[in-house]
Design a protein around this ligand. Sequence first.
Ligand SMILES: Cc1ncc(COP(=O)(O)O)c(C=O)c1O
Length: 372
Amino acid sequence: MNAHYLIRDTSSIFSPALLFYKDLIRANLARAIEVAGDPLRLCLHAKTHKTPEIIRMALDAGIRKHKCATIAEAEMLARCGVVDVLIAYPLVGPNCGRLVQLMRAYPACRFSVLADHPVGISALSQTLDAEGLQADVLLDIDVGQHRTGIAPGGEAIELYERIHRSPGLRAGGLHVYDGHNHQESFVERQRAVQTQLQPALTLRETLLQKGLPVPRFVAGGTPTFPIHARLEVPGLECSPGTLVLHDDGYGSRFPDLAGFTPAALLLTRVVSRPTPTRVTLDLGYKAVSADPPAGKRCLLLDVPEYRAVAQNEEHLVVETPAADRYRPGDTLFAIPTHICPTVALHQHAYVIENGEVTDKWLIAARDRILTV
Ligand SMILES: Cc1ncc(COP(=O)(O)O)c(C=O)c1O
């Protein structure tokens, strides 16, 4: 096991536990800035960790622009003193009113949101204008994921013009998320990103030629970050999130992300040895995210030749010829395959520094509602 992960005394840690290795988080942030070339080229996504202390570490490192997916994450960011928050999610229904509440509660923070449909644009415009407020709205561009957004082209131009002339809204630029680009080969991923991005860049040129302001161009997640970071696109902001904590899902698939180290682990204990070849751990899918396929939800460290054969809410059942090494109470460590939803399953993370537990951080924005 990586010597960084060793903990001298685990007896104060209740399992299953989420562990944050502070020095590794700091190193991942530093590496992100190095790859981006400038902290101002980053618009870091907070959904991965949802934790105020990590936001403050990012601020200390010079990262000023932050992205989030929920109103609670936006509030957490504003409370930490972030003055530039992009809510990268289409706001509908009462969430438009919650944006107004956020803007009133945190006047020092500039909130931006996404839109991709005339109905969403009208709702935002009416709600904000009625309150005498104005927010930046980035047009969400679909470059192939087909989750949200609109394809670059005539309709996108019309929508952008509509944002520009809507009272209560400022045309804030373009947003491009390409989370479907998971090609393991860097060269193939790079080729896909460049091909898909071109129409969005052309759209930006067209809008500028029409005299419209396009102040921002926010792009991508972790797998495409090293690619976006190398592009000579003025003003491009990269918006990865996962790399702050990193995980085995990305780490095992994308060799070009080798400069990032998993900084969040799970501590689990053996609770049973039901057969001579079987070990059961307190690491059910209420402690590690179940969105990867069963059997592949985490990587157990230092367990030779094992196979995860069953998982329930609070149990992970593992077959291994080395089962007789383990006894109930023994401690094991695991790297989650998908860290973001795993973090959201935990109320706190134990903070580890130099082999000691030094703090406990609240996963503040795992709650859907803070005050707004
Ligand atoms: C809109 C958006 N931007 C950025 C990200 C960050 O991507 P990653 O988790 O690969 O860092 C995500 C992740 O889900 C996202 O949905």
